[in-house]
Unconditional design. Structure first.
Length: 180
């Protein structure tokens, strides 16, 4: 029994060490209300392991209306346009890491729960948005050609370098948040 406990503790510590730290390179602040957007693909990704979306946001420039765009990793579903209208969302700042127009990947990993990753490649000097590879759980940078696993954030193909920039993410059944 003692050997089993020691073995389990060793596996747990190894898994914790392998987990990428939360990035502080860019500020990340995102709030999204289930009550106002219950049918959003974002909530499907928050509740189904192995499912990911990417989220971008921008104001319309003419009024104070903000849009949150959600893109599925199936590359078939049309882009979702969510207009931010609740007080909670309107009073929140929207800072999606490196760039609001590049955005975040958000999804639930099979073993580590809900996470958000910056969509900007962590290894390119200019802000380069990454895209799906065709494998729903991988993304690729078109500039440096590195492929990243969304399950862990690690590089799975290409030159060595930094893992994806990761942010905390939570969904309490009412509000989805991403932050650092």
């Amino acid at each position: 029994m003692r050997r089993l406990l020691i073995l389990l503790l060793g596996v747990w510590l190894t898994a914790c060490e392998a987990e990428a730290p939360v990035s502080r390179k860019y500020v990340c602040r995102f709030v999204f209300s289930y009550r106002d957007h219950a049918t959003s693909l974002l909530f499907a990704a928050a509740q189904n392991p192995g499912t990911y979306v990417y989220v971008t946001t921008k104001g319309d420039g003419k009024t104070s209306v903000r849009h949150v765009y959600v893109n599925s990793n199936d590359e078939k579903t049309p882009q979702e346009d969510n207009i931010i209208s609740s007080d909670l969302e309107n009073y929140s700042s929207y800072v999606l890491g490196a760039s609001n127009s590049i955005g975040l990947f958000i999804g639930t990993t099979n073993f580590n729960g809900l996470w958000a990753y910056d969509r900007a490649c962590p290894n390119c000097s200019s802000l380069q948005a990454m895209n799906w590879t065709g494998n729903r759980q991988q993304v690729i940078c078109s500039r440096c050609q590195r492929t990243y696993e969304l399950e862990t954030g690690a590089i799975s193909k290409g030159d060595q370098g930094s893992s994806l920039m990761r942010y905390y993410c939570s969904f309490d059944g009412s509000i989805l948040r991403a932050w650092n």
